[in-house]
Write a protein that binds this ligand. Structure first.
Ligand code: ZN
Length: 100
């Protein structure tokens, strides 16, 4: 049994992370970017998108959902988390979120 060697990645996960990275820096500078909020955004965005598992990342082939869909999912997710962060707004830092 070598199940631990099973190595798949979700191409949409890679895309979501890339878009989040760009969008949060460009447009949401005042956004709480603690690990909890970042993770929440990624989770929400990924739930919007269909999974697209691949074994090897390939630079040539287009993997995952179209960028416009990924961007839409990320924007929706950011709006949701900004509106209702999963931690008290007064304490936006990671150590506060961990105790929730
Ligand atoms: Zn936060």
């Amino acid at each position: 049994m070598a199940i631990s060697r099973c190595n798949v990645i979700n191409a949409n996960y890679e895309r979501v992370v890339m878009v989040m990275d760009r969008v949060l820096q460009e447009r949401y500078r005042d956004f709480c970017s603690c690990p909890r909020c970042i993770s929440d955004i990624a989770a929400i965005a990924l739930n919007y998108l269909p999974p697209h598992y691949i074994v090897e990342p390939s630079g040539k082939k287009e993997c995952g959902s179209p960028w416009i869909m990924v961007e839409t999912a990320v924007f929706e997710a950011i709006d949701k988390v900004m509106e209702k962060p999963n931690h008290p707004k007064a304490n936006p830092h990671a150590d506060g979120a961990e105790r929730m």
